[in-house]
Design a protein around this ligand. Structure first.
Ligand code: PXL
Length: 272
């Protein structure tokens, strides 16, 4: 009986306003009926106007967080979020390899939507060579696709080529998120490249709202939650896209400027 309930882990930064990072991940795990644990990698002070301070956690503290979870819990899937710098990436890679925490979803957090840099430029290569090879799923947004694949995306063929490049770096499955740059667009299209080599586009309605903080965190957390429950990969990705779209489509009024998405709206009601 002990540890029979599905448990997932977020390895991420804490965001004080609760809209993104570890807090968005834990909201998502809860909404999907999965128990959520957390390894805190950094602490960010911010609100709906932006981020105003950031402190990385000491690596020996991170090592202890991993050791305590490995000693007691049965983590069935894990995800990474903000990792700040090369030293933290290497420490997380070392700890994840020593643990048995199931599939790993890597959300390669580089920059917030509002321009705050959350990963040092000098760490991009460590991300490519050390963390991405461990990724069961890699979930870059449009900006991160271009940074990681080192190319500019002009059209669908470029996106497909970038996804293949990231798979060649070692990511088994890639969810490459499309552009939101055009305010007149009615849909958002993401390109999915599965481990089998199957590639396809997923389209969702585009909502014109400034309540989208935590979107990428929640997408990757929802995939993680579904993998922890044993959902097959393609279905886990489709559920997560739907989850985030529903959460964006039912905004809640929290904060004065760029608010969070609404995890309740997209809750898995089979747990009520
Ligand atoms: O949404 C990206 C993100 C990830 N992690 C932390 C954040 C943010 C955005 O604000 O604060 C800790």
């Amino acid at each position: 009986m002990i540890n029979s309930y599905p448990q997932a882990l977020t390895i991420a930064g804490s965001d004080s306003d609760g809209s993104a990072g570890m807090q968005a991940d834990l909201h998502t795990f809860f909404a999907r009926g999965v128990y959520g644990a957390s390894v805190m990698t950094a602490c960010v002070a911010g609100n709906s106007y932006g981020i105003h301070a950031s402190v990385p956690m000491p690596t020996d503290f991170i090592d202890q967080e991993f050791a305590d979870l490995a000693d007691d819990y049965h983590i069935r899937a894990a995800k990474t979020g903000m990792l700040a710098d090369s030293e933290l990436i290497e420490d997380v890679v070392k700890n994840y390899q020593a643990a048995d925490f199931g599939p790993l979803v890597v959300d390669p957090v580089i920059m917030t939507k509002h321009g705050n840099q959350l990963l040092e430029e000098s760490a991009f290569n460590t991300l490519r060579t050390k963390l991405i090879p461990l990724a069961t799923v890699l979930t870059p947004n449009f900006y991160e696709v271009q940074k990681i694949a080192e190319m500019t995306i002009h059209n669908d063929d470029d996106m497909i080529m970038a996804a293949k490049k990231m798979q060649a770096m070692g990511a088994k499955n890639v969810v490459a998120k499309g552009s939101h740059a055009d305010e007149t667009q009615t849909t958002v299209r993401d390109y999915i490249l599965l481990a089998s080599g199957e590639g396809f586009w997923l389209s969702e309605p585009y909502h014109q709202t400034n309540r989208v903080n935590g979107t990428g965190d929640s997408l990757s957390a929802c995939i993680t939650a579904e993998l922890a429950k044993g959902t097959p990969m393609k279905q886990a990705i489709e559920i997560a896209k739907q989850f985030v779209n529903t959460a964006i489509g039912h905004p809640i009024e929290v904060g004065h400027k760029f608010g969070p998405i609404n995890h309740w709206a997209a809750q898995d009601r089979s747990y009520d």
